[in-house]
Design a protein around this ligand. Sequence first.
Ligand SMILES: Nc1ncnc2c1ncn2[C@@H]1O[C@H](COP(=O)(O)OP(=O)(O)OP(=O)(O)O)[C@@H](O)[C@H]1O
Length: 273
Amino acid sequence: MLDATDEGYVTSDGRKIGDVLMEMKNITLRFGGVKAITDISFDIRQGEIRAIIGPNGAGKSSMLNVISGFYVPQEGEVWYKGQKRPQMKPFQVAQLGIARTFQNIALFEGMTVLDNVMTGRLNYMKTNLFQQALWKGKAEEEETKNREVVEKVIDFLEIQSIRKTPVSRLPYGLKKRVELARALAAEPSLLLLDEPMAGMNVEEKEDMSRFVLDVNDEFGTTIALIEHDMGVVMDLSDRVVVMDYGKKIGDGTPDEIRNNQAVIDAYLGVAHD
Ligand SMILES: Nc1ncnc2c1ncn2[C@@H]1O[C@H](COP(=O)(O)OP(=O)(O)OP(=O)(O)O)[C@@H](O)[C@H]1O
């Protein structure tokens, strides 16, 4: 077991993981008669890479959607930065510094890579057209800052050469990287990745894994991800939550999860009581 105190813990590769950033407390989510999540609690700590895994239909996407504010659970509480988060719309959650990517790429296909990444700055564009006319200086300052962040992200994710290319012309793996760039442009405190490697070939998966690790390392961004590829999850994550039929059946380091009998049974399809 990790010796996670209130102040955090140190990973096997020597990274310092800090205080609790987000805490899910006794979350239950139902769709009519279907219980997608049953009484699940776990936390996400500052600076860590936290995975949520589980077989098909386990409730992973539902959980990610609760974190992002898209679904409101019938029971339980979401705590963020030490405060109970009230019921919020997804755009308000985004304003709290939580950005996400989607399982099915959700980019503006007709727009260039640069323009797509710029949309990640929308929450920072405070001046409207009227204000821009009145305070040209302020609007220019804002624009400069937005461009700076966007260019930094584009450099970081090595997509300079395609910055003017319409997204529709890009191969799948690069589209996924542009989605990551857009989420990063928001300078999130918590980055949610919904199956970042889905549909990728081995080389694309290796690239994406490297970028996820680099983002965490370079910007200190806390990352929560759901992913089907077990190899990727075990390599990338500091701690893993395992769900099965809407319940939490495991929570720990990749090594602990590998040796957890309930997890092994769930993946082998052992019958439930
Ligand atoms: N919008 C919805 N309406 C009704 N039922 C839903 C809805 N979304 C999910 N469910 C049900 O909730 C359960 C959990 O689904 P969820 O998509 O969260 O699982 P998952 O672990 O992400 O699955 P997968 O790995 O296949 O994407 C499933 O039984 C699913 O059918």
